[in-house]
Design a protein around this ligand. Structure first.
Ligand SMILES: Nc1ncnc2c1ncn2[C@@H]1O[C@H](COP(=O)(O)OP(=O)(O)OP(=O)(O)O)[C@@H](O)[C@H]1O
Ligand SMILES: [Mg+2]
Length: 341
């Protein structure tokens, strides 16, 4: 009998997703595996179109099918097989098991309802799924409490506002509030700080870290910005063209990125994050998923590309939580040696 890993909350294995249209089939996720332990914050980092949002939506079984089609893989959350549970069970899981703060807070919030009724509805849904209905007074107090926790000053006034009357940072925090009142075990945050100024961005990241520490909330932080992930994540998955190309602890990815693509992400960071000289990587265009090159999908942009890179796709290999998909490290012991260096 397989032994149960009690610290593991989410285990995604070999997940592949296609989008199918009249123009044909596009492989958007290819054999993506990802694990989140209880209390852990995991970063998913990659440029636009690398499949980050698709991964988040697939984990919650929120992809529209069609056009999406899950062609392989499994998603085990808190011991439940997400692909196989029925709608009623899925509804419970989405309420109090895991939920997602969507990339566009304006889209996530309903423009015609005040903040009060939107957070209130989330509290009611959570109450119903726990079979513990809440009174109007309890609901109001909980709303004020959650907005204070999220450092929104004058929460009474915020509750009366419509989404368009709030700043981007405030809307993002209202979206987070709607998720955390459901007390999920796993929160997926899709680009929670994109488009916000540095001060508000830091504030939101501090709040997210506090929520994780105080309530043991596990999180997946989706971002294109390695600095954002490095600030709060325990481990980082780097994605390129729908594939995981590198996995490591945040400090490993920052101090010793292995994949040339991770190096380019790092080279784009402000000085102070790495002592290494910036890599002279050609800018290149993000890959077109309809016309991916053979071999390693990064090879046309890679300054180290060898003959084999153009011919054969490398597997994701390595040691425990330090994984890499690159022909430069084709011997697993190279990764082990690097890990212990
Ligand atoms: N509903 C859809 N129908 C067809 N293709 C889609 C659909 N949603 C996403 N895609 C395609 O899937 C790929 C991955 O998209 P996804 O939104 O997951 O990327 P992302 O990494 O989240 O990008 P971004 O950083 O811009 O948010 C893209 O090429 C996108 O065009
Ligand atoms: Mg996205």
């Amino acid at each position: 009998m397989p032994s149960e890993n009690f610290s593991e909350l989410l285990n995604v294995e070999d997940l592949s997703v296609d989008f199918v249209s009249v123009d044909g089939r596009v492989h958007v996720l290819n054999d993506v595996s990802l694990r989140v332990n209880r209390g852990e914050i995991v970063g998913v980092v990659g440029e636009s179109g690398s499949g980050k949002t698709t991964l988040g939506l697939a984990i919650l079984r929120l992809l529209d099918t069609p056009p999406a089609e899950v062609t392989s893989g499994s998603i085990i959350f808190d011991g439940k097989d997400i692909m196989k549970i029925d709608e009623a069970e899925l509804w419970r899981v989405r309420g109090t098991g895991m939920n997602m703060v969507f990339q566009e807070s304006l889209i996530a919030l309903n423009p015609v309802y005040r903040v009060e009724s939107q957070i209130g509805e989330s509290i009611e849904v959570a109450g119903k799924s726990k079979n513990a209905p809440v009174s109007g007074k309890e609901k109001h107090e909980e709303m004020l409490d959650v907005l204070k926790q999220l450092c929104l000053d004058r929460p009474e006034i915020v509750l009366k506002k419509y989404p368009h009357e709030l700043s981007g940072g405030m809307r993002q925090r209202v979206s987070i509030a709607m998720s955390i009142v459901q007390t999920p075990k796993l929160l997926i945050l899709d680009e929670p700080t994109t488009g916000l100024d540095a001060y508000v961005q830091n504030r939101i990241l501090q709040i997210v870290r506090k929520l994780s520490r105080e309530f043991g909330l596990s999180m997946i932080l989706i971002t294109h910005d390695l600095t954002v992930a490095a600030q709060i994540c325990n481990r980082i998955y780097v994605m390129y063209a729908g594939r995981v190309v590198e996995v490591g602890r945040s400090e490993q990815i920052l101090e010793q990125p292995l994949h040339p693509y991770s190096e380019t992400l790092l080279a784009a960071l402000p000085k102070g994050y790495s002592d290494s000289p910036p890599l002279p990587v050609p800018q290149g265009e993000p890959p077109d998923l309809r016309r991916l090159p053979s071999g390693c999908k990064f090879n046309p942009r890679c300054p180290y590309a060898m003959e084999i890179c153009k011919r054969k796709e490398p597997e994701l290999t390595g040691f425990e939580d330090r994984l890499i998909s690159c022909w430069k490290y084709s011997e697993p012991q190279t990764v082990v040696a690097l890990q212990t260096a």
